[in-house]
Design a protein around this ligand. Structure first.
Ligand code: 3HC
Length: 310
């Protein structure tokens, strides 16, 4: 019997938690969407991963297969056959679709992980609201936009909330569960229960900019970039300092490259526009320059550091 419960290095001791949510639709086949699809499939749920671009879906399937392999190697290190079964079992739980409307017809939960653009999110959720069954919960994985604003276009406001995952999703143990102004108690409880069922420790936050983690992490990364920009310390020394002096697994500039410099800039710019008097959110010339040059971090092969292109 394949165990689809709570797995991987950080989740090993928790018992499997059941959720009433059995059918999940993840919209957006990027890094976050594919990670979310993976953890739901590992938990034995039926997953439909949606992206309008077929190439993105093909890439997502490859990365999920690789990452399931990493998980299997760890939990079935002495039993590669069981490991293979585990990978095949989880993969068999994931279907793909290029049509979001068709993909939500029988789903219990939609997790949206598409581009951070309010209009695009509104267009999507308006369509999904018409197509999904009335019991379906809608959630956004947005990292910096307002849940209330994203959910303002749907009629089912009581069934709308935030489920914010962290990269790499299969490894990071946290899920932020965001209650919007109109999220019902029932929806909130279902989201918490679902988060536990996919192996995450859930924390709750109101609909505030960046919730808990990004509200702390983004200014921290920004301050590290400013330190580097002023020439106070080298990138390497800033990162070593925070790894060895504060016990962080990655230094702030490594992390900025890992998250994507475009993402860091997008979040800062959005908050700066909304809160112009908050100096922590001020634009950073060196970050803007790197992004303008297409140096977005790990994914483009260069950011604060150089990487082998994957
Ligand atoms: N899927 C499955 N397993 C994975 C994985 C993935 N995508 N990525 C890494 N792993 C596993 C590896 O197989 C490895 O397993 P092992 O311990 O059995 O060998 C283990 O995780 C560690 O990986 P590595 O050996 O490759 O590398 P590290 O030990 O350096 O760990 C890391 C990598 C887990 C990314 C660690 O450096 C880390 O925790 N970094 C901080 C990440 C972080 O802060 N993320 C949050 C970003 S903010 C965010 O996402 C919010 C958004 O809104 C912007």
């Amino acid at each position: 019997m394949i165990h689809f419960g709570i797995i991987a290095r950080n989740f090993s001791s928790t018992a499997a938690v059941q959720s009433a949510i059995k059918n999940v639709t993840v919209i957006g086949g990027g890094l976050m969407g594919s990670g979310i699809a993976q953890v739901a499939a590992q938990a034995g749920q039926n997953v439909t991963l949606v992206d309008v671009n077929n190439d993105v879906l093909t890439k997502a399937q490859k990365s999920i297969t690789n990452n399931l392999g990493r998980v299997a190697k760890k939990i079935y290190k002495d039993n590669p056959q069981e490991g293979e079964k585990f990978v095949a079992g989880a993969l068999s739980k994931i279907k793909t679709n290029t049509d979001p409307v068709a993909a939500v017809k029988e789903t219990d939960l939609v997790v949206e992980a598409i581009v951070e653009n309010m209009k695009v999110k509104h267009d999507l959720f308006k369509k999904l609201d018409e197509a999904a069954p009335s019991h379906t919960i809608f959630a956004s994985n947005t990292s910096s936009l307002s849940i209330n604003e994203i959910g303002s276009v749907v009629k089912r406001k009581d069934k709308f909330g935030g489920l914010h995952f962290f990269n790499p999703v299969p490894v990071m143990r946290l899920l932020e569960v965001i209650r919007g102004a109109d999220t019902s108690e029932e929806t909130y409880s279902a989201m918490m229960q679902w988060g536990k069922s996919v192996g995450k420790t859930c924390v709750t936050c109101k609909d505030t900019p960046g919730f808990v983690v990004n509200r702390l992490l983004v200014p921290y990364i920004a301050e590290a970039i400013r330190l580097y920009e002023r020439g106070d310390a080298s990138a390497r020394d800033i990162d070593i300092a925070m790894k060895l002096g504060a016990g962080y697994p990655m230094g702030p500039l490594e992390l900025a490259d890992y998250v994507g410099l475009d993402t860091n800039k997008f979040i800062l710019d959005g908050w700066h526009a909304k809160y112009p008097n908050e100096p922590l959110f001020n634009p950073i010339p060196v970050l803007n320059k790197l992004v303008a040059e297409g140096k977005l971090g790990v994914k483009t092969g260069e950011g604060f550091y150089k990487y082998d292109k994957k």
